[in-house]
Design a protein around this ligand. Structure first.
Ligand SMILES: O=C(O)CCC(=O)C(=O)O
Ligand SMILES: [Fe+2]
Length: 351
């Protein structure tokens, strides 16, 4: 549903909010709400993994294998919705699972953006996310980013408020995750451990499927040309001199159901038509954004080939109870990246 233009935020609000958001209606078709009994079943699977493999690091191949075996035992409703999502995607480009089991009591939200305890302290949510993502592909990470952790913390860090990274708390611009990476994730899982204090932060997403019919044909033609490049995220370069992807198109693949790779903060075109086409694509995506106020037990899975995502701004308090999501990536072809990973490792070597 489109927001009333008359209610569009004033320019000063733009640092915190996207113009068009409807948090509720549009996502109902792409939301699975688990019954308490199903959550319990998943919790039992997760405990089984922490019992057998709690002594292993999370990225150990034996642990990943055990996760994939248990993922085969997920409740049928969850498993079949994940199979359908993997095969066909959704119009919104996301799937939202609600009511997943969570760890209790929860430790304080990490102050520095990375949980310092053992993964077994958060065994239920960690293994649950890994099992779900394993039904969509092979879970992977990047050594360059977040210390190569398979399940990463997403929480506000003092001093990083305005950074275009998930450690920030002002508006996070729409982006394909790691769009500059030759082996970018196909799916991103964002699970919620703790909501922001005001319950106002929305994870937003916009799908090419939602906007393609309305994009002018000449804009689509420009977006299909390799006129664009993406600056590597500062989480990859660690603040060193900027590095860029090679030139790429924004849209690729079949004309009636293309893939999209775009980043409205870090992508540029040297061609004026490219710059205009990017702006028009963003305008259309803003009109089609869905927003989710992530609550504990939610897992939002973004199809990174179909949809961009971002986040509205929020105000952290740094009191140990700030917003806390956990992120996990999956690729559909693990063999494709074998040259960039050590043997048996799911963690990509630095770019
Ligand atoms: O904080 C959010 O809701 C999204 C953050 C994000 O884009 C990410 O972690 O990749
Ligand atoms: Fe992201």
């Amino acid at each position: 549903m489109l927001a009333d233009k008359a209610r569009s935020p004033e320019p000063t609000d733009r640092a915190q909010n996207f113009d068009v958001i409807d948090p509720s209606d549009d996502l109902a078709a792409d939301t699975i709400v688990l019954a308490p009994g199903e959550a319990k079943e998943i919790e039992i699977l997760a405990r089984r993994i922490s019992d057998c493999c709690g002594h292993l690091p999370l990225s150990h191949p034996n642990l990943i294998e055990a996760v994939e075996v248990e993922a085969g035992r997920l409740p049928a409703t969850v498993a079949s919705s994940l199979t359908r999502y993997r095969e066909y995607g959704t119009g919104s480009g996301v799937l939202l699972l609600k009511g997943l089991p969570v760890d209790e009591p929860l430790p304080p939200t990490p102050e520095d953006g990375a949980y310092a305890g053992e993964w077994t302290d958060l065994a239920i949510s960690t293994v649950t996310e890994l099992m779900v993502m394993s039904r969509l592909g092979a879970v992977i990470a990047y050594a360059d980013e977040k210390a190569g952790r398979l399940v990463q913390d997403v929480c506000p860090v003092r001093g990083a408020e305005t950074r275009q990274e998930n450690t920030g708390s002002s508006l996070l611009e729409l982006h394909t995750e790691d769009g500059f990476h030759p082996n970018k994730p196909a799916f991103i899982g964002l699970s919620c451990l703790r909501q922001d204090h005001e319950g106002s932060a929305l994870t937003v997403a916009g799908s090419i499927r939602a906007v393609l019919p309305d994009l002018p044909p000449q804009t689509v033609e420009v977006l299909r040309r390799p006129l664009f490049r993406i600056r590597l995220s500062s989480s990859f370069t660690g603040g060193e001199a900027p590095r860029y992807s090679s030139l790429m198109p924004v849209l690729s693949g079949p004309r009636d159901d293309p893939d999209m790779c775009v980043d409205f903060h870090a992508m540029e075109s040297f061609d004026e038509r490219g710059t205009r086409a990017l702006q028009l694509l963003r305008d259309h995506l803003l009109q089609a954004l869905i927003g989710v106020a992530m609550e504990p037990g939610d897992l939002l899975i973004v199809d990174n080939r179909l949809a961009v995502h971002g986040r509205t701004g929020f105000v952290p308090r740094h009191d140990g109870r700030d917003r806390w999501l956990r992120r996990c990536f999956a690729v559909t072809d693990i063999r494709a990246s074998r040259g960039s990973r050590p043997p048996k490792s799911r963690v990509h070597e630095p770019l």
